[in-house]
Design a protein around this ligand. Structure first.
Ligand code: PLP
Length: 497
């Protein structure tokens, strides 16, 4: 299967090349030229996560040999995860929480970023690439650490992570700035996540700069969720958890399952959409936003409009106004009309908004959008804890609150799988505030000891012992303390090249 750009250049590449390039040359995103044949669900019954991963990923990464793909899966999905099955499904209050946070960095990004480095290095070999691969990543918190953990020490690669100063939690920052490894750098920029992301995009589009880097022996690639090497591994857990629910007799084979996803860059929910296109019986795909509810408004009105105030919330990994992966959905909705997609993206970059056609709006029926305010999010954390003793993080709580509103408003009786994207320990202060608002205030203390006390308090309330992945970052020294203007991002990249 070949990949083409959403913006219509004649480029047509193999999966390994698309993984290496990250972004298509015309600034578009790579999409499958045509979709693989439907999965035979019956044949997936009872398979391990790794075997499911192989069956699903081989459909999309068709230029990888069986040996290559299995080696990548083996290197990523192993004891680095705290569950033999990689993910867990916990049913509480009528919702199936799909826990995607049992990897190294306590967030769902590990599901894809643990395998991306191996896919990338394999892709480089297949394509005879001799240069060092420098990964550029903009992060709103969770991608950064997961990418650092994935690439640290991987030969032939280096990584530079940009994060918005003050735009990530104290714990997330500490996780990143303590990353060891000769080949990593972590830089704060004065700006928000969108500034960081658009800065990275500009560097990718700067042909001159890339040529100079190449002369130095370095090529650029991305670990952001636009890379198909991240998107494809995310399809796996929807297939795996559907089959798991069938195995546990909570679902009958073929029964439709709704999915609710706390959404930022639209990568996770797009993977659910791709799973549905593969024939997985998913019903509504419900995108949950926080106060930055550009997407919820888009699903309501068909107008994507980022011209609004950017809000910092307690679910920082969803503090995003431009959801990059939405471009792939726009392309699909338009009937794969690349010139229309390109013109919407042009409008988005020039005036910050676009309005899709009526026909495209009708094609949106697979999706529903919703959002939760900060207050509703805190309430959802408290309500779930009081009802079942189960603790959820603020991102998951945005989805839980949105799910309940959807249930009440739609009368849709299909069961719900809810993507639980981060461990509550990662956002201990917000969770503790939700549970005991008079004792714990929001806002960062900046002191690791104080943060650790919160984690301990949370451990006691939940009855769950935090693993080494929780404790280590707080005990380690900050190694990366650079803060730069967003205009200086290119220089920072040059230094790592
Ligand atoms: C990245 C992230 C999200 C948003 O996922 P997208 O794929 O960007 O939509 C939600 N929750 C957490 C905890 C995340 O790290």
């Amino acid at each position: 299967m070949k990949y083409i750009s959403t913006r219509g250049s004649r480029e047509k590449v193999e999966a390994s090349r698309a993984i290496l390039n990250g972004l298509a040359a015309d600034g578009g995103l790579y999409v499958p030229e045509c979709f693989p044949e439907k999965l035979s669900l019956q044949s997936l019954t009872g398979l391990s996560y790794q075997e499911t991963a192989y069956r699903v990923m081989k459909l999309f990464l068709s230029d990888f040999t069986e040996e290559e793909l299995r080696a990548c899966i083996k290197a990523a999905y192993n004891e680095k995860f705290e569950r033999d099955t990689m993910v867990d499904i916990v049913t509480k209050s009528g919702l199936h929480y799909l826990e995607l946070f049992h990897g190294k960095t306590l967030a769902f990004k590990d599901m894809a970023l643990s395998i991306l480095p191996h896919l990338l290095v394999t892709s480089a070999k297949k394509n005879g690439v001799k240069e060092k691969i420098l990964i550029l990543t903009a992060t709103s918190g969770d991608t950064g650490k997961a990418a650092l953990a994935g690439f640290s020490g991987v030969e032939g690669t280096a990584i530079t992570v940009f994060y918005p100063e003050g735009g990530v939690s104290a714990f997330q920052r500490k996780q990143m700035v303590t990353e060891k490894g000769e080949n990593v750098s972590v830089v704060a920029i004065k700006g928000n996540f969108d500034d960081a992301q658009s800065g990275v995009k500009q560097i990718f589009l700067d042909e001159d700069f890339r040529q100079k880097l190449k002369e130095k022996g370095t090529i650029l690639s991305s670990a952001n969720s636009i890379n198909i090497g991240r998107l494809v591994p995310q399809i796996v857990y929807y297939v795996f958890s559907y089959m798991k629910l069938v195995e546990e007799k909570k679902l009958t084979l073929g029964e439709e399952l709704n999915v609710v996803v706390p959404t930022g860059n639209f990568g996770n929910i797009l993977a659910a959409y791709y799973a549905k296109k593969l024939g997985l019986p998913l019903g509504k795909l419900i995108s949950a936003s926080n106060d930055n509810k550009v997407l919820a408004d888009f699903f309501d009105t068909g107008k994507y409009d980022k011209n609004r105030r950017f809000m910092l919330t307690i679910s920082p990994s969803m503090d995003i106004l431009v959801s990059s992966n939405l471009e792939r959905l726009i392309y699909a909705l338009s009937g794969e009309d690349a010139s229309l997609t390109a013109s919407y993206m042009k409008e988005l970059s020039e005036k910050g908004s676009y309005q899709i056609t009526e026909a495209m709006k009708e094609a949106l029926a697979d999706f529903a959008g919703g959002s939760s305010t900060e207050e509703e999010t805190l309430l959802a954390i408290r309500e779930e804890y009081e009802a079942s003793g189960y603790m959820i993080d603020p991102h998951t709580a945005v989805a839980a609150s949105t799910a309940k509103k959807y249930l009440a408003e739609s009368g849709d009786t299909r069961q719900i799988l809810l993507a639980s994207t981060a461990s509550p320990f990662k956002f201990a202060r917000s969770v503790m505030h939700a549970l005991k608002p008079s004792e714990v205030e929001l806002g960062e203390s900046g002191h690791d000891e104080t943060e650790w006390k919160l984690i301990e308090a949370l451990a006691e309330l939940s009855g769950i012992t935090p693993g080494a992945n929780v404790k280590e970052p707080l005990e380690m020294e900050a190694l990366h303390t650079k803060v730069i203007e967003k205009e200086a991002m290119k220089e920072a990249v040059w230094e790592m090249g």
